[in-house]
Design a protein around this ligand. Structure first.
Ligand code: F6R
Ligand code: MG
Ligand code: MG
Length: 365
């Protein structure tokens, strides 16, 4: 029997600004998804948050892009907004629900979606990632390292089952195009794309036999709404072990706190901090950007877990480094490259400033 894992997220309001999801929001989402288990629509679920983003992890047998499953997630976000976020006057209630009408697929309406369908192996360990104050391209670097860099993933060299490498499907989020590149042969071409994190984003990763190994959310709210309405904090699902990277090889890539876009007002770069669920809340300068990793075993579609994988002193050193880098970046104040370039900023006054100064600009002779 095939199982589908759907990880669907939205920011539908939060406590103390864009800081953290309120427990009552999680409770309301759980109640609605519990009903869906009882009616047999879904097999299992787990609700959690990373900062101000509410994450719905759902297992079912209906495949990707299923209208009933996407409808369930949409209604859950609506219920949380209407029954909790709005009555409690939480901040930015319903922020990511950009449309009033659901029309069969949640993609393009605001929430982020990562999904994969596969035949459950005799033992099926998966990791789900959720990040806050960043964008889908934030996963490019660590996922490249997990599935293509032998200095990260020992199995690429010493496990015959990983030795052939992996295929990466990359989306051009500006043009709405996708391309699949094979590693290791096309590694340089792949990196030429992946380095432009705001435009080329890893969508899916497959084994060379076609086994799905990773799936990421790729929506950019800016483009959906025609203007920048908020960073589209990303989610990602990774299958592990037995011919795929080990759990530890997947986590290893997050020990290096790389710089990602999306800190304060979606307009600054900051280091990505791996944290436990307890620490998945953004504070300093609305950050630094954070990522959580939850491990599960699938058991005929049921979710056994989670294991809160970054809840470990093994990541203390990374977190210390994050704060060192955060200090360094913040000392740049409003200067690039700590601040994003003008095309990528969620907030800007540049057009108004230029308008105000237009008569004072003189030709340089
Ligand atoms: C970044 C983020 C926050 C807000 C900032 C201003 O993605 O969510 O940094 O951009 O707190 O928010 P408003 O404009 O709602 O006051
Ligand atoms: Mg928010
Ligand atoms: Mg967020």
């Amino acid at each position: 029997m095939k199982v589908t894992v759907s990880l669907i997220k939205a920011d539908v309001g939060s406590l103390a600004g864009h800081h953290i999801v309120h427990p009552k929001q999680i409770e309301a989402a759980r109640e609605n998804l519990k009903l869906a288990v009882e009616t047999g629509l879904i097999t299992d679920f787990y609700v959690f948050n990373c900062g101000d983003d509410l994450e719905l992890l759902i297992t079912h047998n209906k495949g990707e892009d299923n209208p009933e499953i996407h409808g369930l997630a949409w209604n859950t976000f609506k219920i949380v907004t209407d029954n909790v976020s709005k009555p409690m006057k939480l901040y930015a209630a319903g922020q990511d629900l950009l449309s009033d009408a659901f029309s069969g697929n949640i993609r393009g309406l605001g929430p982020g979606v990562a999904e994969m369908e596969f035949e459950e192996r005799p033992s099926e360990p998966i990791i789900v990632f959720a990040a806050d104050k960043t964008e889908p391209g934030a996963f490019n670097l660590p996922l490249f390292r997990v599935f293509a860099d032998p200095f990260n993933t020992a199995g690429l060299i010493i496990d015959p089952r990983l030795h052939k490498g992996f295929s990466f499907t990359v989306l051009d989020v500006l043009e709405g195009l996708k391309v699949t590149l094979n590693c290791p042969e096309e590694m340089y071409d792949l990196l030429a794309l992946l380095g432009t994190t705001g435009r080329y984003v890893i969508y899916k990763i497959y084994s060379r036999e076609g086994l799905i190994a990773a799936s990421c959310s790729t929506t950019r709210l800016s483009l959906i709404a025609g203007r920048y309405v908020g960073k589209d904090d990303p989610v990602c699902i990774v299958r592990t072990q037995s011919g795929l990277p080990a759990v530890g090889e997947v986590l290893e890539a997050f020990a290096f706190p790389h710089l990602v876009a999306g800190w304060m007002r979606g307009s600054h770069y900051g280091p990505l901090m791996p944290v436990s669920l307890k620490e998945a809340k953004c504070t300093r300068f609305d950050g630094p950007p954070r990522v959580v990793a939850l491990g599960f075993q699938l058991n005929n579609g049921k979710l056994i877990g989670p294991a809160d994988l970054f809840d470990d002193p093994a990541f203390d050193y990374t977190r210390m480094k994050v704060m060192e880098i955060a200090d360094y970046m913040r000392r740049h104040g409003p200067f690039m490259p700590a601040r994003l370039g003008p095309d990528e900023m969620e907030y800007t006054t540049l057009p108004q400033v230029l308008e105000k100064l237009k008569d004072r600009f003189e030709k340089v002779k």
